[in-house]
Design a protein around this ligand. Structure first.
Ligand code: GSH
Length: 215
């Protein structure tokens, strides 16, 4: 049976949401973070050598890495739903936003977060810190433009691209706050996602006490 191993308040929230949207049978195992370092606990690390969330198991298979897990579930259990095939005009949009989320946006946010903890003189002197901030600013501007053209990242329908993009736009703002006042398309998008019954079910099952950070 497909089992989603969810680490509290982590990127594996994506996978619970995906399974709820697809309406497929799955088992959910909740794992608490190690109280000292907030890392994954030893039994989570034992599932797969990556040791980081998300990890799924499916029969003899254990698989990690958000993008791989989303693609796997869509392909193997979702009958291709929530993806866009190469014959469609929005194929490249789907690929771009799906991969941009963890390929560029999450790394620049995480590097920014690292610098946020560094002494001010280190941060100010670093061209890397400035470049990452520039990247994030450009990302938010592009996201606002995209969500002015379409309801969801790949087009009219919610797809795996949204499953990938939401985490940096919601959860990561707990650590790197960003004023969304001038981003009405993004604010509307976050409300649209939050109104989806499958999203609400996923929150209740995975992280009932953690705010969804949609405003
Ligand atoms: N790029 C990876 C990142 C996974 C990751 O860093 N997950 C965090 C939670 S958001 C984690 O498990 N941290 C705890 C740890 O590594 O011990 C993915 O998307 O699967």
């Amino acid at each position: 049976v497909l089992t989603v191993h969810h680490l509290g308040a982590s990127q594996s929230e994506r996978i619970v949401w995906l399974c709820e949207e697809l309406g497929i049978p799955y088992e959910l195992k909740l794992h608490a973070r190690d109280p000292v370092g907030q890392h994954s606990p030893p039994e989570y690390k034992a599932l797969h050598w990556v040791g980081s969330a998300p990890i799924i198991t499916d029969g003899d298979l254990a698989l990690g890495e958000s993008g791989a897990v989303v693609d796997y579930i869509i392909g193997k259990h979702g009958g291709g739903r929530m993806s866009v095939t190469a014959d469609k005009p929005n194929f490249a949009d789907y690929l771009f936003w799906f991969h941009y989320a963890n390929g560029t946006l999450m790394p620049s946010l995480l590097i920014e977060l690292g610098f946020a903890a560094a002494p001010e003189e280190v941060r100010k002197a670093s061209t890397m810190a400035a470049r990452m901030r520039e990247r994030t600013d450009a990302a938010y501007a592009a996201i606002e433009r995209r969500l002015g053209e379409a309801d969801y990242f790949a087009g009219d329908e919610l797809t795996g691209a949204d499953i990938m993009m939401l985490f940096p736009l919601s959860h990561m703002r707990r650590f790197l706050p960003r004023d969304l006042a001038a981003l009405p398309n993004l604010r509307a998008y976050l409300q649209r996602v939050g109104a989806r019954p499958a999203f609400q079910r996923a929150r209740r099952k995975a992280d009932p006490t953690v705010p969804a950070n949609l405003s």
